[in-house]
Design a protein around this ligand. Sequence first.
Ligand code: ZN
Length: 136
Amino acid sequence: MKILGIEHIGIATDNLDKDAPFWKLLLNNCEHISEEVKEQNVITEIFDTGRGKIELLEATSPESPIAKFIEKRGKGIHHICLEIDDIQQAINELIEAGVELIDKTPRIGIEGYMIVFIHPRSTGGVLVELAEKPEN
Ligand code: ZN
């Protein structure tokens, strides 16, 4: 498995209208998109610095993993995402090494990336996402 870089840092917010303006001000020269991910009950604001994105996540329902995270730990950094060349190979290697994955098979994430999450129990408390770009 080959890591290509930090794809994004995911930040949980309970109010995009309140928290996004700071990031718009700070990252005003960055490409900016907004996307709703229905399967995960989140709405996102994504800023692309060109060397890693900042992804703001707000829950659209109480069942959303983001709502649950904020309830338990408060808002702030939710996960880091590493871009990877071959997600299936990564899954195989990590399972082989005894790392606990949340997803056993890749699923479609934001911007069409194939993603899996690694459980914080295996990482020292950090939720880690791996993502393979759709064109790869
Ligand atoms: Zn993410």
